[in-house]
Design a protein around this ligand. Structure first.
Ligand code: CYC
Length: 182
């Protein structure tokens, strides 16, 4: 598993040069608190993000919870919710490290094949991850609304600033999951 720093070392070593992209690492450190806030925004809303995504996925495709559907019976429903939490957890690790390798190596490696063997439908999984993405990015940017969340409405209240790069990076980890599974 790599992070932004070990990645810089590995890349430099691969070309037998000294570590050169110091500016990027300086930025990683300077923006570190923002990154921690973003990780916290996802981590502290994780069960809400996951259950909302799986509920949304099922709402749009109710065959999933009928006999023959991959969220039926409850054992499979539980496995699905658990998988949503696993995927989201690895995404937070990648966001914290500033590198996708932990997500690739420890979560996505072989998952497409496992899902194919178990009959877990790829389009539905992709849809759940897409909803987790929308909801996570809203929590990072505090753009979630009471209308969307009802009684469970909660904002992080972090200092407002430019989070566009971090939001794009976080989004890229969700996209990575979707493309690895499709
Ligand atoms: C290292 C990290 C890690 C991952 C990622 C992981 C995934 C994983 N998900 C599994 C099952 C499963 N995954 C799902 C998931 C879903 N079904 C749906 O319809 C939805 C589309 C989706 C939820 C969004 C289901 C239903 C099963 C059980 C399938 C079965 O037993 O028939 C299994 C088979 C073993 C088990 O049931 O526990 C694995 C290994 N395990 C790990 O250790």
């Amino acid at each position: 598993m790599l992070d932004a720093f070990s990645r810089a070392v590995v890349s430099a070593d691969a070309s037998t040069s000294v570590v050169s992209d110091i500016a990027a690492l300086r930025g990683f450190v300077a923006e570190g608190n923002k990154r921690l806030d973003a990780v916290n925004a996802i981590a502290s809303n994780a069960s809400c993000i996951v259950s909302d995504a799986v509920a949304g996925m099922i709402c749009e495709n109710q065959g999933l919870i009928q006999a023959g559907g991959n969220c039926y019976p409850n054992r499979r429903m539980a496995a699905c919710l658990r998988d949503g939490e696993i995927v989201l957890r690895y995404i937070t690790y990648a966001l914290l490290a500033g590198d996708a390798s932990v997500l690739d190596d420890r979560c996505l490696n072989g998952l497409k094949e496992t899902y194919a063997a178990l009959g877990v439908p790829a389009t539905s999984t992709g849809r759940a991850v897409q909803i987790m993405k929308a909801s996570s990015l809203a929590h990072i940017n505090d753009t979630n609304t009471e209308a969307q969340a009802g009684k469970r409405f909660k904002q992080m209240g972090s200092a407002k600033g430019d989070c566009s790069a971090l939001t794009a990076e976080a989004g890229s980890y969700f996209d990575r999951v979707i493309s690895a599974l499709s």
